[in-house]
Design a protein around this ligand. Structure first.
Ligand SMILES: NC(=O)C1=CN([C@@H]2O[C@H](COP(=O)(O)OP(=O)(O)OC[C@H]3O[C@@H](n4cnc5c(N)ncnc54)[C@H](OP(=O)(O)O)[C@@H]3O)[C@@H](O)[C@H]2O)C=CC1
Ligand SMILES: CC(=O)[C@@H](O)[C@H](O)COP(=O)(O)O
Ligand SMILES: [Mn+2]
Length: 391
């Protein structure tokens, strides 16, 4: 029986993980769970799964949850320290890192330091603190399994004994991108899109932030950096390929001309279950892929002029140091501003570029340096957004 700590239990990845746990009660036990403010959703989780410990983002949310769950033998906690503590809980074997954004970094590091199996959905933690993150993984000899569908696909497409930094015979990684809801839209058409339109991903049902990132191709930019850290490559060794059907989840291209791909219906329960049971596999209740009904798989090159975020991510990688934390923070703030209808869709990339160019880059010598870069970039982004006529 594997004890699970589910960070971000009320989100999209959280819900899919709970489905896998519910399908296999003989294999998994929800020991700890967290959410930020979704009290009602968390109350349902508590009633259904009866974890030992639950952490909410604020004291108010914790108190409200505790009131709703009276009679349940659960420790109700709140705040950052408690979040880091549940990831290191003695009864936990695996930590599913599924918090949205930079807020996922500290608790994920806590799970690594406690030598738990890490199921990494939260790409922002690896993007912002990549070298430190991977050093901690190596230092604590931790099993890090990528849950992000593309990275999970690459992991499955690499030779069995060539994970991590070793990529014997592998020439390139082929990272697929759906292209998002505006794949074929002109810049003029994208100028006035609403958050509702941008959140309508053609193939995946996901949280708001990652849905906007998919629409602006910042998700692919973050994933490019994520792939570099996970598999020990540079952006020059990763080709982004737009594949509107999201059936091929990514590929590894070998020196002899072989390309190995992982395919499946677009449902996150597949990579989640894979991570939870690797090197074994279990059933997921996801329908088998019917290639005859899919009929066509299309591929095209990404358009960096209409989707400049992808180029910005590559630039940030090559700039190195805190540049990636800066870009990520700028993007988190600009996406939130777009969702609040304070800025337009195309402004996201314009602001991201301005912040990346404006702030100094520093070597990442400690976690504090990353947090400082994140803080400064959030401030700079908010200043740009609040400044009238910033364009
Ligand atoms: N959804 C998907 O299919 C995929 C997601 N990912 C990655 O997984 C992560 C989660 O994505 P997704 O599930 O879509 O996101 P959601 O927005 O659906 O869920 C986010 C979860 O994080 C919690 N949360 C939000 N802000 C904070 C915070 N400041 N502190 C603590 N907890 C917080 C939320 O709690 P509350 O509900 O209370 O707000 C919720 O439980 C992201 O990093 C995303 O990029 C990667 C691949 C695919
Ligand atoms: C499910 C998943 O992993 C998402 O990151 C998904 O890949 C988003 O799709 P695109 O960013 O390719 O549109
Ligand atoms: Mn992905």
């Amino acid at each position: 029986m594997q004890g699970i700590c589910l960070l971000g239990a009320t989100g999209s990845i959280g819900q899919s993980t709970l489905e896998i746990i519910a399908q296999h009660p003989d294999k998994f036990n929800l020991v700890c769970a967290s959410a930020h403010s979704s009290v009602d959703k968390m109350a349902d989780i508590c009633q259904r799964f009866k974890p030992n410990r639950v952490v909410m983002g604020t004291l108010e949310a914790r108190d409200e949850l505790a009131r709703k769950c009276q009679g349940l033998d659960i420790s109700f906690e709140w705040g950052e320290d408690a979040l880091a503590d549940i990831a290191a809980d003695d009864d936990v074997d695996q930590v599913m890192a599924a918090i949205m954004g930079f807020a996922g970094l500290k608790p994920t590091l806590s799970g690594i330091r406690a030598k738990k199996r890490i199921l990494l959905a939260n790409k922002e933690s690896l993007v912002t603190a990549g070298q430190l993150f991977m050093d901690e993984v190596a230092h604590h000899d931790v099993l890090l399994l990528p849950i992000d569908s593309e990275h999970n696909a690459i992991f499955q497409s690499l030779p069995q004994h060539a994970q991590g930094a070793h990529k014997k015979h592998v020439e390139k990684l082929l990272l697929t991108a759906s292209g998002g809801p505006f794949r074929s839209w002109s810049l003029e058409e994208m100028r006035h899109v609403t958050p509702e339109q941008a959140c309508k991903h053609p193939n995946w049902s996901m949280g708001q932030k990652i849905s906007i990132d998919s629409a602006s191709l910042m998700n692919k930019g973050l994933e490019l950096i994520e792939a570099c850290w996970l598999f020990g490559v540079t952006p020059a060794e990763v080709d982004v390929v737009v594949h509107p059907e999201s059936i091929v989840h990514s590929m590894a291209s070998y020196v002899d001309g072989t390309v190995i791909a992982q395919m499946g219906n677009p449902d996150m329960k597949i990579p989640i279950a894979y991570g939870m049971t690797w090197p074994e596999r279990i059933t997921t209740a996801v329908p088998a892929l019917d290639l005859v009904s899919v009929a066509q798989l299309n591929f095209e090159a990404p358009d960096l002029e209409r989707f400049p975020n992808l180029q910005l991510a590559s630039d940030a990688w090559y700039a190195g140091g805190t540049a990636m934390a800066t870009l990520n923070a700028a993007n988190e703030v600009s996406v939130a501003a777009f969702l609040e209808k304070k800025i337009g869709f195309l402004d996201i990339a314009t602001i991201n570029r301005a912040v990346l160019n404006q702030l100094d880059r520093h070597a990442v010598t400690s976690l504090e340096v990353v947090f400082e870069a994140d803080h400064l970039a959030r401030q700079a982004t908010a200043n740009i957004i609040n400044k009238k006529g910033w364009l």
